[in-house]
Design a protein around this ligand. Structure first.
Ligand SMILES: N[C@@H](CCC(=O)N[C@@H](CS)C(=O)NCC(=O)O)C(=O)O
Length: 211
């Protein structure tokens, strides 16, 4: 059976359990990281020498880096649906997953790490402001894209949606001002109705707050 290593409050673990659940893939999730620790043991480092979560062990197929895992699960269990069969569409899915990493994640994770995890008096406000600005620019770009289609690649949800869509829950609950973006807001409302998104992405992360 597919084993997914990583605590449920980890954003990068959430991407993986979300797609596995959407595709009805049975899995066992093992709590490691954060308050559970366990990332520095020889056994864990043999699985993921990078010492981070998530990592999967799918009957001997070991993969780490959450976007690579999302692609693996989509290719194995959702070819033609969550992983587009058409090479051009597949490349566009990769394009948006890579765009997320390079253009949205720095602002998104920056807000989380430099604002949420830091006590208010220790925050670098200029740095936090620049993360929020970058995040707003990224979402404004996506909002224009979504004006013409309901999901990143068109009518159907695919793996291209996973990283950007997963970021929305924290963005809208973390306590920052986000510009009014109607297409993103409508997309988020649709996502919240997906049982797998509600169960695995809309997870209380308040234990990670750095008071
Ligand atoms: N690029 C990696 C990032 C992995 C990462 O930084 N994971 C964080 C959690 S989101 C982690 O392992 N934190 C240490 C911990 O939870 O103890 C991925 O996408 O998988």
């Amino acid at each position: 059976m597919l084993k997914i290593y990583g605590r449920r409050t980890s954003f990068n673990v959430q991407k993986v359990v979300w797609i596995a659940t959407e595709l009805n893939v049975p899995f066992q999730r093992i709590d490691v990281g954060g308050k559970f620790g366990g990332l520095n043991t020889p056994e864990y480092l043999a699985l993921n020498p990078n010492g981070k979560i998530p990592v999967i062990d799918d009957d001997g197929a070991v993969v780490w880096e959450s976007n690579a895992i999302v692609r693996y699960i989509a290719d194995k269990h959702g070819k033609g649906t969550w992983s587009p069969a058409d090479p051009a569409k597949r490349a566009q899915a990769d394009q948006w997953m890579d765009w997320y990493l390079n253009h949205l994640q720095p602002g998104f994770m920056g807000v989380f790490i430099d604002m949420y995890k830091v006590p208010p008096e220790k925050r670098n406000q200029a740095l936090v402001k620049s993360h929020i600005q970058k995040l707003a620019e990224g979402y404004t770009f996506i909002d224009k894209h979504l004006a013409k289609r309901p999901n990143m690649l068109g009518d159907e949800i695919t793996m291209a949606d996973i990283p950007i869509a997963a970021s929305l829950y924290r963005t809208y609950t973390i306590g920052i001002d986000v510009p009014k973006l109607p297409n993103i807001e409508a997309w988020y409302e649709r996502l919240k109705k997906r049982p797998a998104y509600a169960e695995h992405v809309m997870v209380d992360y308040s234990e990670l707050r750095g008071y």
